[in-house]
Design a protein around this ligand. Structure first.
Ligand code: PLP
Length: 441
């Protein structure tokens, strides 16, 4: 009899007892290839000695000191490290404990920035349908996944949600990807004009949409146009790289590949790689200076801000990625994974799209390839793939509701950056078996 409040009360998970590289091990000794790094977390794999030693050393030195009284060496080092690689004018780092906290901080900072700047009418966030920004109230309000929001509707903050940039489903046949990217981005301008530019404070988006859509990259030029629109109306661009950042897509920051820099950027997951819970909000010098020259106080905060042990893990993780050439490995292994998926599923009658960047890839399942008709939600294809894969010793991240929170199924893959060629083969074999099992049921 457990006293844990589990995610699902009707199915008890096995007990995880160990991890080795790309594998997790349960109490019965069964090994699972961790092809989604949990939820795009375990970028260095399990049991990484460098990070474990760094965490242990920090615990021996100083486990915790409240940021109301102190700063700490690991927090300072991590902030310097992140800013030395961050795009654009990002200059300050606010260290939190996860992705939702990073997004909450971003939304509140955007608001306080405009209040202190003397534009208090700016209070509206525009985000996108089918995005996920976290489960706390502000982050959930920004998220555009209908299923996740539904029952909490009365508690959520009113925000605008424009269509995502989702080439596979929303690009017209008579459009080039570039034309589609422009049209999709222009939806932001339409919404700004509809609600009144003077009321909008920020646009929030995931550069590559993760959990809710299955590794959907933007069309070419999409974010360049988004940046232009934000600048034209004095609106902040908040990029949520909680899932797609920290090397996952083949560059340390995902937005580098789109040639844009945000005003506020959120990271988490891969920053701690699972060794510690940590997230961060990075903001531009201009935003910081507005607060610095104004109230001098960001009216926010959590007990575990800038946690020294978590920060020490973050330093070890980012240095490991950079020093071991792991981001280059994301590019080479990502290309191999994409090729293997295309080889196995490219002609599959029920695979409509294979997409992604680096080691962040998605496979979208369809009932019919020609019409792109999804499976009826009652078939629970994603849940069946997850169960069959787990049974076979493969951890992947299938989700339903890909299209609108209800219809559509995809499988998200985000393996550790150290995945070998053989393990890519194992991943694709096991995934293929799980897809066939799910389709037969
Ligand atoms: N933002 C994105 C893009 C995410 O994928 C997630 C989690 O999946 C979050 C925010 C929330 O992060 P956390 O679960 O660490 O609160």
């Amino acid at each position: 009899m457990s006293h844990i409040f589990p995610r699902h009360t009707k199915s008890l998970p096995p007990v995880a007892v160990g991890g080795e590289g790309c594998y997790l091990i349960d109490a019965s000794g069964k090994r699972y290839l961790d092809a989604s790094g949990g939820a795009a977390v375990s970028c260095l794999g399990h049991g990484d000695r460098t990070v474990i030693d760094a965490v242990k050393a920090q615990l021996d030195t100083l486990a915790y000191a409240h940021t109301g009284f102190f700063t700490s060496e690991p927090a300072e080092t991590l902030a310097d490290l992140l800013i030395s690689h961050a795009p654009g004018d990002l200059d300050r780092v606010y260290l939190v404990s996860g992705g939702s906290e990073a997004m909450e901080s971003a939304l509140k900072l955007a608001r306080q920035y405009f209040v202190e700047k003397g534009e208090p009418d700016r209070g509206r966030i525009i985000a996108r349908k089918q995005s996920y920004h976290g489960n706390t109230m502000g982050a959930l309000s920004a998220g555009g996944n209908a299923w996740r929001r539904a029952q909490f509707g009365p508690l959520l903050i009113e925000m605008s949600h424009i269509d995502p940039c989702y080439e596979y489903r929303l690009k017209r046949d008579d459009e080039t990807p570039e034309e589609y990217g422009l049209r999709a981005a222009n939806l932001l301008e339409e919404e700004i004009l509809r609600v009144g530019p003077e009321t909008v404070m920020a646009f929030a988006a995931e550069p590559v949409v993760g959990a809710t859509a299955g590794a959907v990259p933007p069309a070419p030029g999409y974010f360049k146009r988004i940046r232009e629109i934000c600048d034209k109306y004095g609106i902040l661009l908040i990029l949520d790289e909680v899932m797609c950042g920290m090397g996952r897509t083949g560059t340390l920051f995902a937005c580098e590949q789109d040639g844009v820099a945000p005003d506020i950027l959120c990271i988490a997951k891969g920053l701690g790689a699972g060794y510690q819970p940590i997230g961060a909000m990075l903001c531009s010098r201009q935003i910081y200076e507005t607060i610095e020259n104004g109230s001098g106080f960001f009216q926010h905060g959590h007990t575990y801000l800038g946690h020294p042990t978590a920060a020490a893990a973050g330093v070890a993780v980012v240095n490991s990625m950079l020093d071991r050439g792991l981001i280059g490995q994301v590019q080479t292994q990502g290309a191999k994974l994409m090729a293997a998926l295309r080889d196995r599923f490219g002609q599959h009658a029920h695979v409509g799209d294979i997409r992604g960047r680096g080691l962040f890839q998605g496979v979208e399942l369809v009932a019919d390839r020609e019409s792109k008709e999804p499976f009826p939600p009652a078939r629970k294809i994603a849940a069946k793939i997850k169960a069959a894969a787990f049974e076979a010793g493969l951890i992947c991240y299938p989700m339903s509701g890909t299209i609108d929170g209800q219809r559509g199924d995809h499988v998200l893959l985000a393996p550790p950056f150290i995945i070998s060629d053989d393990q890519i083969g194992e991943l694709v074999d096991k995934l293929s078996g799980a897809v066939e099992t799910a389709l037969q049921n």
